[in-house]
Design a protein around this ligand. Structure first.
Ligand code: FES
Length: 267
């Protein structure tokens, strides 16, 4: 889907959250924002006049609309990246977000560092559908866990781990009858979400993962650069997938293809 034109947004609030800032932006109301969901992206296009030569791609952390304040979009960004009153151009919401189950199930949400930006919103929507939600957060540095205190007030359980311990912790959650998730949703670097898929799919869990990570290399988020491409080779045949257009949330099984790895390495 080709993104529409960028809109002008105004930074209405900035608050610190651990190693990051949560930025609220007031945007012109549009039907797309009413349908926005966790797992979608927004892009702040490059603006050389202001010193940004690359687009900035962010996870949508939340969208709130009300008749008094209009539409407010929240993003999690690097500290001191934006100030209140600043005007920015913004494209979004982009892509396909996480699917939400139509009936109550047990769900496990796994996320790494800033990719956890949409997790609080996702947990809240899953809970509205009657789901029991468990959260597993990974971070290389404890300061980079995103809002574990806030999540503990929402989720049935929250476990913090390091990336190297994630497989062990994830296996424990998958095999724990007290968690027993039917649905596993993961956001983070491609290697990490592939691990999540490789442990969850063979156990019969439905797995949906983000197949693009703005924090592990420059990406455009709009289908132009090709940096997010992955070659999927499964029962449906080999095909090149561009996650920022076809995802960024994709079936976890799609990332398990060995041929996809080989082709990426050969590029
Ligand atoms: S991020 Fe540039 S094509 Fe997908």
């Amino acid at each position: 889907m080709t993104p529409g034109p960028a809109v002008q947004a105004v930074v209405s609030a900035v608050r610190a959250l651990g190693s990051y800032d949560v930025v609220s932006l007031t945007v012109p109301s549009a039907p797309g924002w009413d349908r926005a969901r966790p797992g979608q992206l927004v892009v702040l296009p490059a603006d050389p006049a202001r010193g940004s030569v690359l687009p900035a791609v962010h996870w949508l952390a939340e969208v709130v609309s009300d008749p008094v304040h209009g539409t407010t979009v929240q993003l999690v960004v690097a500290m001191d990246a934006h100030q209140v009153g600043e005007e920015v151009r913004l494209l979004g919401p982009l892509g396909r977000g996480f699917p939400l189950p139509s009936r109550p199930v047990s769900a496990l949400v796994v996320a790494h560092e800033r990719s956890a930006a949409p997790v609080r919103w996702l947990v809240s929507l899953l809970r509205e559908r009657g789901c029991a939600v468990h959260v597993l957060l990974s971070a290389g540095d404890p300061d980079r866990h995103l809002d574990p205190g806030g999540l503990r007030r929402q989720a049935a359980s929250v476990v913090l781990t390091r990336p190297e311990d994630l497989p062990t912790e994830l296996s424990a959650r998958l095999d724990d009858p007290g968690t027993d998730p039917a649905l596993v949703l993961a956001a983070g670097p491609r290697d990490l979400v592939r691990v999540v898929a490789s442990l969850s799919a063979p156990r019969g869990r439905v797995v949906r993962v983000t197949a693009l990570d703005p924090d592990t290399g420059p990406v455009c988020g709009t289908g132009v650069c090709g940096c997010c491409d992955v070659v999927v080779d499964d029962a449906a045949g080999a095909r090149r997938v561009r996650p920022c257009l076809e995802g960024p949330v994709l079936p976890g099984e799609w990332l398990l293809s060995a041929r996809s790895e080989a082709r990426r390495a050969a590029r």
